[in-house]
Design a protein around this ligand. Structure first.
Ligand SMILES: NC(=O)c1ccc[n+]([C@@H]2O[C@H](COP(=O)([O-])OP(=O)(O)OC[C@H]3O[C@@H](n4cnc5c(N)ncnc54)[C@H](O)[C@@H]3O)[C@@H](O)[C@H]2O)c1
Length: 279
């Protein structure tokens, strides 16, 4: 879906930085996009979202170029990975899917704030999932140390992204910044995300996916809508599914939990909670 999102945004004339941890895939994606001769351009930059150091290096390199940033799409993700840790010692789903994007977004916020205007807000689009409806945030065991289950870890990371999006929008609004934050649910999409299903489930999935799952281009359409449509100008704090504002889980609206998770996330990634200073 990341490729389809980048391709579409380039076709709309944007300059797209594809950031990922596979140079081969990233450079291949850029090559395919350039062959289309779109109005916009694409380039690849390395970032490993499972490494706080790599995220900081990526952001520093980006900022050194003095480029504006009008759209940030938090799309990367892994699913159903057997228990594993990031290099910083976080459970992989929580560390990569959630904390990686939490840090990336916070480090890029000042650039987004400078790039948005009253007529054209900068936009943060975060890819969540319907699995967030079953997600549980266990504040005193965010890393699943007491009881690890890959389904639970994935759905927790996707719920955390929705809580983060709402908290972020609330802060952006109260600070008067021209930046919006929305979460999107792409539906069931036939992608490599399912590579960690066990073999019988892989076999069962194939015909079902072929018949019922969306294509990556269809799946990317809600991210693209949030990132570029005129209807979404100035609109934030939404959970979008099928291109429409949809109710997310009851837990995701718990403001007390949003704030607790935000503070705990700052502590885990080594950020002072000052990302939204008015300066
Ligand atoms: N496929 C679905 O049915 C579905 C449903 C709901 C939500 N999603 C979400 O959509 C998003 C895109 O997933 P997809 O379905 O296209 O799967 P995918 O496996 O094709 O894409 C995942 C992307 O994440 C990148 N990535 C993985 N680890 C990374 C790391 N350490 N650093 C940087 N990048 C990394 C990969 O390079 C890849 O481009 C994910 O956030 C996923 O959770 C997918």
């Amino acid at each position: 879906m990341g490729y389809e999102t980048a391709r579409h945004l380039t076709s709309l004339g944007m300059y797209v930085v594809i950031a990922g941890n596979s140079k081969e895939e990233g450079v291949g994606a850029v090559k395919k996009i350039q062959e289309e001769n779109y109005e916009g351009k694409a380039e690849f930059q390395y970032v490993d979202l499972a490494s706080l150091k790599s995220i900081r290096q990526f952001v520093q390199k980006f900022k050194d170029r003095g480029l504006p940033l009008h759209v940030l799409v938090n799309n990367a993700g892994v699913m159903l990975v057997p228990e594993r840790k990031t290099e910083d010692g976080f459970e992989l789903h929580f560390g990569l899917n959630y904390l990686g994007h939490f840090l990336l977004t916070n480090l890029l916020l000042d650039t987004l704030k400078k790039s948005g205007t009253a007529d054209s807000c900068a936009r943060i689009v975060t890819v969540s999932s319907a699995t967030h409806y079953g997600g549980v945030i266990t504040m005193d065991d965010l890393q699943g140390r007491l009881c690890y289950c890959s389904h639970g870890a994935y759905s927790q990371s996707k719920l955390a992204l929705v809580l983060f999006t709402y908290c972020l929008q609330q802060r952006l609004t109260s600070g008067g910044f021209h930046v919006t934050a929305n979460a999107v649910d792409p539906g069931m999409v036939n992608t490599d995300l399912y590579q960690n299903l066990c073999s019988p489930a892989q076999l069962a999935k194939r015909p079902v996916a072929w018949l019922l799952f969306r294509t990556p281009a269809e799946g990317a359409s809600t991210s693209i809508y949030a990132a570029a449509s005129s209807e979404m100008e100035g609109v934030g704090g939404c959970y979008l599914y099928n291109g429409q504002r949809t109710q997310s889980s009851d837990t995701s609206y718990n403001e007390d939990l949003q704030v607790k998770l935000w503070k705990q996330s700052c502590a885990l990634v080594g950020l002072k909670d000052e990302g939204l200073r008015v300066d």
